[in-house]
Design a protein around this ligand. Structure first.
Ligand code: HEC
Length: 350
C-alpha cells in the first residue's frame, strides 16, 4: 500500500464517505448527518489549498473547525501518501479555468488583491499623531461570479476631528462599485494577474464643508482602473502589487496615479496550526499634471492573523507611516476583520 498511487489510496480510504466519483456517498448509507463536500465542484474545490486539505485529512475535521465525522488518517496514511490522494482529488474538478486557492494571498491593508473573493471586510483607521485627522471606517462586500470574476461594493464613513478637540462631524464617504477579472493565473508558476474597474460616487447628503482656512475642494464621481498581481515566492513568502489611476468625471478634479506593493510571509503555529502573516506594504499616490504635486508615500508594517480554527475569519493590524510629503500627513493605525463567507458563517469553525 505504501507506494500505491493516489486513486488507489482514495478508493481504499476515502471513497466510503466521499463516493467513488468524489461527489459524496449516498447519504442513506452514511451513519452521520453532516454533508460530505463535492470534490467535482470546481467552485468549491479549486479555492481550497492542498495544505488545508492535507491538514484536515491528517488531523481530522476539527483541526479546521469541521466535524469529527471527517476522521484523522495520521495513523493510517503519511502526509506524503495524503499528498498523492490530493493529487487524485484534484483531477475530479476538470475545469482549469478556476484559479487555485494557493494563489489567494493574504489581504494587505491597502493594496487590492488579484484573487477574486467572497468576503465581508470591515476596516477602520485612526490618526495616531497630530490633531484634526480623520477617523475612517469602511464596509466592503465582495462576491465572485464565474470562475475568475468578482464584483464588489465599498461604503466608507469618515469623522473629522475639530482642531479644538470639539465635536466630530461624520459623513458618508465615496461609495465604490467595482468589478475585477483574473486575466491570467498559473498554479505552476504561482502567479495571478487581474484587471479591475471601479466607479466612485459621493453618497453623502452634501460634500463636507471646508475647514476654516481651507479651500473647498470640488468633488463628484470618478472612475478608476487597476492592474493587480500576486506572485508566490519560495518559503511561504509572496509579493503582491497594484497600479492604476483614478480619473475624475467632474470639472476641476485631478487624475491621481497609484502604485502599491507588498511583501509578506506566512508562518504556521505547529505543523497543522493556524497561520499568521507579517507583511510590509509601500503605497504611493500622486496627482498628475499638477504643478508642484508631491508623491505621497507611506510604509505600512502589519500583521494578519487567523482568528478562528477554520481560518476564514481573519484580522490585520498595522500602521501607515508617511515617508514622503509628510507635512500635514500623519501616521495612522489601520485594522480590518474579514469573513470569507463561502467557508461558513462568522460564528462557525471557532
Ligand atoms: C467516515 C467518513 C469519511 C471518510 C472515510 C473520509 N471523509 Fe473526508 N469528510 C467527511 C465528512 C463528513 C466531511 C465534512 C465535514 C464537515 O463539513 O464538517 C469531510 C470533509 C473532508 C474535507 C474537507 C473539505 C472542506 O470543506 O474544506 C477533506 C479535504 C476531506 N474530507 C478529505 C478526505 C480524504 C482525503 C479522505 C481519505 C483519506 C477522507 N476525507 C475520508 C467524511 C469522511
Amino acid at each position: 500500500m505504501a507506494a500505491a498511487p493516489g486513486d488507489v489510496l482514495y478508493r481504499a480510504s476515502c471513497a466510503n464517505c466521499h463516493g467513488a466519483d468524489g461527489r459524496g456517498a449516498d447519504p442513506a448509507l452514511l451513519a452521520f448527518e453532516e454533508e460530505v463536500p463535492d470534490f467535482t465542484d470546481c467552485d468549491f474545490a479549486a479555492r481550497e489549498p492542498d495544505a488545508d486539505w492535507i491538514a484536515v485529512a491528517h488531523e481530522g475535521g476539527p483541526v479546521r473547525g469541521f466535524s469529527a465525522m471527517m476522521p484523522a488518517f495520521r495513523g493510517a496514511l503519511t502526509p506524503e501518501q495524503l499528498q498523492r490522494v490530493m493529487g487524485y482529488i484534484r483531477t475530479l474538478c476538470t475545469d482549469s479555468d478556476w484559479p487555485r486557492g494557493e494563489l489567494n494571498l493574504p489581504r494587505p491593508l491597502v493594496t487590492g488583491k488579484a484573487y477574486p473573493e467572497d468576503e465581508w471586510v470591515v476596516s477602520a483607521g485612526f490618526p495616531v499623531e497630530g490633531t484634526g485627522g480623520e477617523t475612517t471606517a469602511e464596509f466592503v462586500y465582495e462576491k465572485r461570479f464565474g470562475p475568475r470574476s468578482q464584483w464588489e461594493v465599498a461604503i466608507p464613513y469618515q469623522w473629522r476631528g475639530g482642531e479644538d478637540g470639539g465635536g466630530r462631524r461624520g459623513r458618508l464617504g465615496e461609495v465604490e462599485i467595482g468589478v475585477k477579472h483574473a486575466v491570467f493565473h498559473s498554479f505552476e508558476s504561482g502567479s495571478i494577474v487581474s484587471v479591475s474597474g471601479d466607479l466612485h460616487f459621493p453618497a453623502g447628503s452634501a460634500p463636507e464643508a471646508a475647514e476654516p482656512g481651507e479651500e473647498a475642494q470640488p468633488s463628484g464621481s470618478s472612475v478608476a482602473g487597476f492592474l493587480h498581481f500576486g506572485q508566490l515566492l519560495g518559503g511561504d513568502s509572496f509579493l503582491q502589487g497594484q497600479a492604476g489611476a483614478r480619473v475624475p468625471l467632474y470639472e476641476g478634479g485631478r487624475t491621481r496615479a497609484y502604485g502599491r506593493i507588498v511583501w509578506g510571509r506566512s508562518f504556521a503555529s505547529g505543523q497543522w496550526g493556524r497561520s499568521w502573516t507579517p507583511m510590509v506594504e509601500v503605497v504611493a499616490n500622486r496627482a498628475l499634471g499638477a504643478e508642484g504635486a508631491k508623491t505621497n508615500t507611506d510604509v505600512a508594517p502589519q500583521l494578519q492573523i487567523a482568528l478562528n480554527t477554520r481560518q476564514h475569519v481573519l484580522a490585520n493590524v498595522g500602521v501607515l507611516v508617511p515617508v514622503t510629503a509628510r507635512e500635514g500627513r500623519h501616521a495612522r493605525l489601520v485594522a480590518y476583520v474579514l469573513l470569507d463567507w463561502f467557508d461558513g458563517g462568522f460564528w462557525e469553525g471557532w
